[in-house]
Design a protein around this ligand. Sequence first.
Ligand SMILES: [Zn+2]
Length: 220
Amino acid sequence: MKLIWLVGFWIGFTLFCNPTEAQENRRQMVILDPGHGGVDSGAIGINGIKEKDIVLEVAKEAIRLNKELFGNTLDIYLTRYNDTLISLSDRTKLVKILQPDVFISIHCNQAERKAAQGIEVYVQQTNSNTNFDLQFKSEILSKALLSEFDKALGFKIRGMKYANFQVLREAQFTCPGVLLEVGFLSNMEEAEHSRRKESVRGYAMVIIQALYQLIDAEYY
Ligand SMILES: [Zn+2]
């Protein structure tokens, strides 16, 4: 009995002192953050669809695709799994606790000008505390997402933008992070497009592909 206890202690001690082996086998961890939820619908589409529903479907579809097509290679967590409102600080609290390799907040865009279309990806604007390694990786992720939306789905690309959004600001020291705006719900063409299940699947596929691009390039 004593020997078993000693062996157990030894294994635990060895793992504790030699964490690299455990890390090598670790899957890349991704937190996807479907924006809004519950009483906060986010943007309401010109056709009545709600941002909170679209972004949740995209995030859940990413989990499904990762499992069904990619052998669960990525370790994906969501900040919400159903139609509930989570505060912005609780979303980033999860990021700080889980310490993922990547954080992507998913939103839909809207504008006064009904003709506005396309994809935008936001990166935290630099400040006096910016970690430039993480900032660089966020920019690479942003470019990978934009290029996939362009090549795979033919979206108009509005480009990478810098902003001071709370979720990006609070996650900026933990891991690379971006806020993705998947099309304009104020635009009839894109709102109708986002209503379709195949489109949601396409958005999710683009997110997964962009993540793989970066993992293949060993950015994370
Ligand atoms: Zn939003």
